[in-house]
Ligand binder design. Sequence first.
Ligand SMILES: Nc1nc2c(c(=O)[nH]1)N[C@H]1C(S)=C(S)[C@@H](COP(=O)(O)OP(=O)(O)OC[C@H]3O[C@@H](n4cnc5c(=O)[nH]c(N)nc54)[C@H](O)[C@@H]3O)O[C@H]1N2
Ligand SMILES: Nc1nc2c(c(=O)[nH]1)N[C@H]1C(S)=C(S)[C@@H](COP(=O)(O)OP(=O)(O)OC[C@H]3O[C@@H](n4cnc5c(=O)[nH]c(N)nc54)[C@H](O)[C@@H]3O)O[C@H]1N2
Ligand code: SF4
Ligand SMILES: [Mo]
Length: 746
Amino acid sequence: MDTRIEYRTCHLCEATCGLELHLDGREITLVRGDRDDVFSKGYLCPKGTALKHLEADPDRVRRPLVRNDDGSFREVDWDEAFRVIDAGLTRVREQYGNDALGVYLGNPGAHNLAALVYSRVVLQAARTKNVFSASTVDQMPKQVSAGLMFGGALTIPVPDVDRTDYLLMLGANPFESNGSLMTAPDIPGRLRALRARGGRFVVVDPRRTKTADESDEHLAIRPGTDALFLFALVHVLFDDNLVDLGAVADAVTGLDEIRALAAEFTPEQVAPACGIDAATIRRVAHDLATAPAACVYARIGTCTQEFGTLASWLVDVLNVCTGNLDRPGGAMFARPATGTTRSGPAKGRGVTFGRRSSRVRGLPEFYGELPVVCLAEEIETPGDGQIRALLTIAGNPALSTPDSARVDAALATLDFMVSVDIYVNETTRHAHVILPPEPELARGHYDLALYSLAIRNVANYSPPLVELRPGEVPEWRTLLQLAGVLQGMGPDADVDALDDFVVNGLVQKAVTRPGSPVEGRDPAEIVAALCDRRGPERVLDLMLRVGSYGEGFGACPGGLSLAVLEARPHGVDLGPLEPQIPDVLRTATGMIELAPGACVRDVERLRTRLARERDDHAMVLVGRRDLRSNNSWMHNINVLVKGKARCTVHMHPDDARRLGVADGAAVRVTSDAGEIVLPAEVTDAVMRGVVSIPHGWGHAQPGVQLTTATRHAGASSNALARADLFDPLSGNAVLNGIPVELAPAG
Ligand SMILES: Nc1nc2c(c(=O)[nH]1)N[C@H]1C(S)=C(S)[C@@H](COP(=O)(O)OP(=O)(O)OC[C@H]3O[C@@H](n4cnc5c(=O)[nH]c(N)nc54)[C@H](O)[C@@H]3O)O[C@H]1N2
Ligand SMILES: Nc1nc2c(c(=O)[nH]1)N[C@H]1C(S)=C(S)[C@@H](COP(=O)(O)OP(=O)(O)OC[C@H]3O[C@@H](n4cnc5c(=O)[nH]c(N)nc54)[C@H](O)[C@@H]3O)O[C@H]1N2
Ligand code: SF4
Ligand SMILES: [Mo]
């Protein structure tokens, strides 16, 4: 065996761990954590190791597939695939207009350099308002609150975990998920280190999770009531004179409005709804305010719920009011290597939503996309502007989005569908054409998106490690080819020319941006100086060179470029986070907007939550994640799914007894949207009145070509999620806190 050792950043979750790969030709023989990685220092999880099996999975789509009339697929060459796509998409768009094409972008695209750079080009060419993504079943509320408060969709503060003394964490389980909107490899180690240095962390979650088990304190909260709890914390800060804005005081507007709004949310008022007693709420507020450095962090459980944006907003209101925003050990902003720095307060344009709205329900657009809770109805409802064709890129809405059975049925009615994907799964089985990306190891990797949310400033580029084989086409070329089709250039547009066009546009922007290190330079000279490679690497090189630490095409010698990163396979550590206010602010006032109008107006809706009667026997559904899973698409890897079934219904022993459900027995879970049957797992780790089911399961469907996953099929928890339940401020789906009924099955 001829083994060589290579290094690569893992693309499977947000933690960006460095992997040490042992390769024999194209085959991965061993995966280890890269001990020299500047960020992860050898940490990895079981999914990182499973990369080996993912790359070798015999079920993976390796050549373009075209669907036959009987539903089976046949392999075709790329030319034929694009001829079919051109015919199919052009027919629909010519007959019904551009909005007749819907686009859905899935989560793996956020971990994929090609998709991050070129999906945008596809969207521009598509000229459709019907753009959807996994963001509105995920973090859209945080992006909306960050946009309203700080002025940018990604101006999201992250917890400075390595230096904080007190971390209040809501609706997140990083011991399983490895962190989200917080790029932090080895988060378990970092949280243990926080405690070892005398700090504390407190977990607020309806379930006693693995993270809660390792914390100093677990507060079981009734699903969907985080905004009430957070408001009560703010209330105590004002009541007990604990508000101190610290260094950002001069950059804050709206404090008096917050004080007034919080007045009515006393700990005593909210305690019955939240299930957390008033004394505890007061104590937590004091702990938060008096810790030398503290931070509030919240994730999926607080976003994918009824008051997602309010909860996301109040998290940062607390960070500001305790003087912890933008200070070491508090909630800070990353300064990514591909970002651009500006100095001094500058007014931005802020954010505007609702420039378009969905056809059927009239839901507003957020950051250029429509809420995915609208997808099925836009396909089903006849009339002008109906979606008749769909393009999915790395997405599985048939399992990941609310009312999943209805979404699935809607996909089956499309006139034409194209998927860029690695599997024939619940979604892509409906596609007329499936286009596979190249093997992961055959492409370069750089976490363009995740480094802007990192808890340390880091840059790490991973080069392709294996050559392409005949018939394999890089995903970036596929995306540009699709853009060519959508531009009306036919099935064989000149991809290199399109790529040059993209790069020229970006260079033009760089030379005209005030304060850019290449401001006023000749664009042709910049283009010529870029690395000679095509595709996303060339774009990355440009971004790095004109970025915050860039060499500026000679203007800042010693700075970063792609070449510099290529010479550093374990990454470059750019240091701990540093204060960045006011530089990062892009609001219209140039200030931190503590009380944005949209949030203030939504408080009325929160009030009604307080008045809601509580029925002691009412049950609500929440989700959960498992370390060995990744949303819907890693269940085909035997080492990850073997052993105890994971797709089970967690329920409290008291509820199980009352409902006559035995541990391990089948239980029927019903909501207004649908019903599923799964084994019960009786455990006091979940609070009374709450059941928990993981999402992304439900693989036993005709035509799904996932040999292992269909043997561990489970059921789709999103069959229970209702498309009419969403957070109005962000359009985000409500996936936690769904009313359900349970009964023994069979
Ligand atoms: N009930 C409930 N539902 C949820 C959630 C929840 O907590 N509860 N979580 C939500 C969240 S946070 C998210 S992010 C969404 C995810 O929603 P989606 O992104 O729609 O779903 P995934 O399961 O991530 O599916 C990813 C798809 O990408 C394909 N894929 C994998 N790698 C590649 C690649 O390199 N290239 C291409 N082209 N395709 C690839 C996979 O085969 C799969 O089809 O699910 C959401 N749904
Ligand atoms: N192993 C693994 N890792 C993953 C993924 C995966 O599927 N598997 N998915 C990746 C993706 S796309 C994302 S977005 C991240 C998500 O990362 P996390 O946000 O850490 O996600 P979860 O582990 O689902 O944790 C959410 C927690 O919220 C709790 N919760 C539910 N409802 C409420 C509520 O109303 N209030 C509060 N306070 N808590 C509530 C749930 O019980 C759960 O423990 O994980 C990423 N990493
Ligand atoms: S924690 Fe995430 S990035 Fe690290 S090895 Fe596991 S899946 Fe990969
Ligand atoms: Mo996600």
